[in-house]
Design a protein around this ligand. Structure first.
Ligand SMILES: Nc1ncnc2c1ncn2[C@@H]1O[C@H](COP(=O)(O)OP(=O)(O)OP(=O)(O)O)[C@@H](O)[C@H]1O
Length: 237
């Protein structure tokens, strides 16, 4: 049976009388990659901030693994690893030490921390550079370290806000391959916001399109169809 790892139902966020997000409802099935698309200012980050419990919706609710982010925030967020805006590190520390630092918050023993950090470094392909300071990392390596951070708690759902921003074509390709590996080999469910329609078309199983805070389309991604044309049509309706 297919289950939804993520559900948003009639979610709105209003600030000073203005809706930043209005009546958004969608679901993401276990093991799917969902692309969240919309032009600048559409409300993607606001929606992601609600999903990660950083702000509360004015109306509606969001469920992660059937746990309400509004009513049961801590339980719901145990199932989420996220990069919102950009990942945060101590640049004077090594990649490995940054990960160890965070892993301590997951209540693991010293040995478990050591093993977990090795495991996530291997998943993101940073073992070879793990003992170098983060300030020497490329942007693509920092993004992969951010994903390694978000994997420390073994989350079912990964939420990645604009992870490909600023990456060169090689960095983008590595990121895409990593995201597909997380889905195919590790069974992760992934919500990814992006402006890069080409990347979304190569990775996603389904898409949600928002414009001016409102959802204008959600459903399976038709890989035969040109996403840019489809997106532009939704924007002009
Ligand atoms: N705290 C806030 N108070 C008032 N308005 C806000 C606040 N945060 C965001 N907004 C406004 O809400 C709208 C949606 O912003 P949001 O950052 O969610 O869009 P976005 O789709 O992520 O855009 P981008 O692609 O540019 O990152 C914008 O018009 C923004 O100016």
């Amino acid at each position: 049976m297919k289950t939804n790892v993520l559900e948003c139902k009639d979610v709105s966020k209003r600030i000073r009388g203005r809706y930043l997000v209005k009546d958004v409802s969608f679901q993401v099935e276990r093991g799917a990659i969902c692309g969240l698309l919309g032009p600048n200012g559409a409300g993607k980050t606001t929606l992601i901030r609600m999903l990660t419990g950083l702000i509360r919706p004015t109306e509606g609710d969001l469920w992660i693994q059937q746990q309400s982010v509004v009513k049961n925030r801590e339980q719901a967020l145990k199932n989420v690893g996220a990069i919102v805006e950009s990942p945060i590190f101590f640049s004077y520390m090594t990649g490995r030490d940054n990960l160890k630092n965070l892993a301590r918050l997951h209540g693991l023993s010293k040995r478990e921390i050591h093993e977990k950090v090795l495991e996530v470094l291997a998943i993101v392909g940073l073992e070879g550079r793990a003992d170098e300071k983060v300030r020497t990392y490329s942007l693509g390596m920092k993004q992969r370290l951010g994903i390694a951070q978000s994997l420390l708690g073994d989350p079912e759902l990964l939420i990645l806000d604009e992870p490909a921003n600023g990456l060169d074509p090689m960095g983008m390709r590595e990121l895409r391959e990593l995201i597909l590996t997380l889905k195919d080999q590790y069974g992760k469910t992934i919500l990814i916001s992006s402006h890069l329609l080409d990347e979304i078309q190569k990775m996603c199983d389904q898409i949600v399109i928002i414009r001016e805070g409102q959802m204008v389309w959600q459903g399976e991604l038709d890989h035969e169809q040109d996403l840019e044309t489809f997106f532009m049509e939704r924007m002009s309706q």
